[in-house]
Ligand binder design. Structure first.
Ligand code: HEC
Ligand code: HEC
Length: 354
């Protein structure tokens, strides 16, 4: 999480703010709600969260922006990820799949064919696009655009999708009137809305011809991968879909795919060395490639590479601690380190610590 994001989270904690609350504050507000903790969010905190812009006009902000100005913003702040014409195949395509016919019928034919899915052919309201860009983009610096700039760049994305002309000025006055190509393509006649509705998933397809391999079809550019902190640390360490380790992306990617494909096997494979090192605070004294207080894991790996009982030796030494092999600073005993954890670390070190 970037520091600005962190500040946002801290400042706008939702209905119940408990993080960072002092004992005095808690005592003062202990009568709030039936749980007896937290406090009522302030109007400013609520305003920080309450930014949704809806098709019925709720939340629409006063302002305007021309698609030509939008192009300048887009080229400077969006094209690096979404492609010059929104056609990025490295990351998310945000333009295409719209025909003149769709604009007339209000149903995007390309969606049915499953060719391409973009904000142009999938959304039914322009307010949704405005809301999304305003709330979440640019990815590395969300909520940094002014209201007028959000109008401008939204107009330009609409233009890239051939929904509005190149000099279109989008504003609070006309955003509800924009005719999206898929405006009639949505239905409420499905299982999410009513028990008798048609389910989204029938289940029969996967009884045969099941997907055997997870195929990644789009990827964040390298430089943006760790933009919001390490995703692996932000997800529960349970279940098949852990976050990718964005600090070690190339290894994390492979691991994430493997976990998604074979979750039970991965869980049975034992502790992950990197997780152990972090959880047991070994990182306070050791780093992967350079000496900190103690030797680097790579140095250790190299030193014992040809020793036949290396793993047993390392497991013992890690648990008992010791001094004199690398210098005069002792390594403290690690009573909390379990046998399985020590073995996972030894295996990882002897495998080259990568
Ligand atoms: C660093 C890369 C990056 C930059 C720069 C960036 N985006 Fe994005 N964009 C993303 C990612 C990643 C997602 C998908 C996020 C998700 O699914 O949670 C996304 C999603 C979107 C979507 C939704 C697409 C869909 O099909 O649902 C829109 C629209 C969009 N971005 C517009 C913009 C605009 C406009 C800018 C510039 C102001 C911008 N983006 C800058 C990475 C980026
Ligand atoms: C307070 C600092 C400190 C902490 C915490 C620490 N180490 Fe060490 N570690 C050292 C020092 C110093 C040495 C070198 C000891 C020596 O010269 O014999 C060392 C040596 C090692 C060695 C090499 C042993 C050898 O004989 O070559 C391994 C493996 C190791 N540490 C793993 C770990 C693991 C795993 C953890 C966490 C569970 C950990 N260390 C926690 C300081 C630390």
């Amino acid at each position: 999480m970037s520091s600005s994001r962190k500040a946002r989270w801290a400042a706008a904690g939702g209905a119940m703010v408990i993080l960072g609350a002092t004992a005095a504050a808690l005592a003062q507000t202990a009568d709030v709600g039936r749980f007896g903790f937290g406090r009522i969010a302030t109007p400013q905190e609520i305003a920080g969260w309450d930014i949704d812009v809806r098709p019925d006009g709720h939340g629409v902000k006063k302002g305007r922006g021309n698609a030509r100005r939008g192009q300048e913003i887009y080229d400077a702040q969006c094209a690096s990820c979404h492609g010059t014409f929104g056609e990025s195949n490295n990351y998310m395509v945000i333009a295409g799949g719209v025909t003149k016919e769709d604009l007339k019928t209000g149903r995007a034919a390309s969606l049915k064919a499953g060719e391409v899915r973009t904000v142009g052919n999938k959304l039914n309201y322009a307010t949704t696009l405005w809301d999304y860009i305003n709330r979440a983009m640019p990815w590395t610096n969300p909520q940094s655009l002014s209201v007028d700039d959000v109008y401008a760049v939204t107009a330009y994305v609409l233009h890239l999708n051939e929904i509005v002309p190149e000099d279109f000025e989008l504003s609070d006055e006309n955003i509800l009137k924009v005719q999206m190509p898929n405006r009639y393509g949505f239905t409420t006649d499905h299982g999410m809305r009513s028990v008798s509705g048609k389910p989204d998933v029938q289940g029969s397809l996967c009884m045969k011809d099941c997907v055997k391999e997870v195929k990644i079809t789009s990827e964040l550019p390298q430089y943006a991968r760790n933009a919001h902190g390490n995703l692996a640390e932000q997800k529960r360490p349970l279940g098949p879909m852990r976050g990718i380790d964005t600090t070690r992306y190339d290894q994390g990617k492979a691991a994430a795919v493997k976990v998604a494909a074979a979750a039970p096997a991965a869980a049975a494979a034992g502790p992950n060395a990197m997780d152990v090192l972090k959880a047991r605070a070994c990182t306070a004294c050791h780093a992967v490639a350079n000496k900190v207080v103690g030797p680097s894991y790579q140095e250790i790996g190299a030193k014992y590479a040809s020793r036949p009982d290396a793993a047993t030796y390392l497991v013992e030494k890690m648990k008992a601690g010791g001094v004199g092999v690398w210098g005069q600073i002792p390594m403290p005993a690690q009573p909390a380190l379990t046998e399985a954890e020590a073995q996972a670390v030894a295996k990882w070190i002897l495998g080259g610590a990568k």
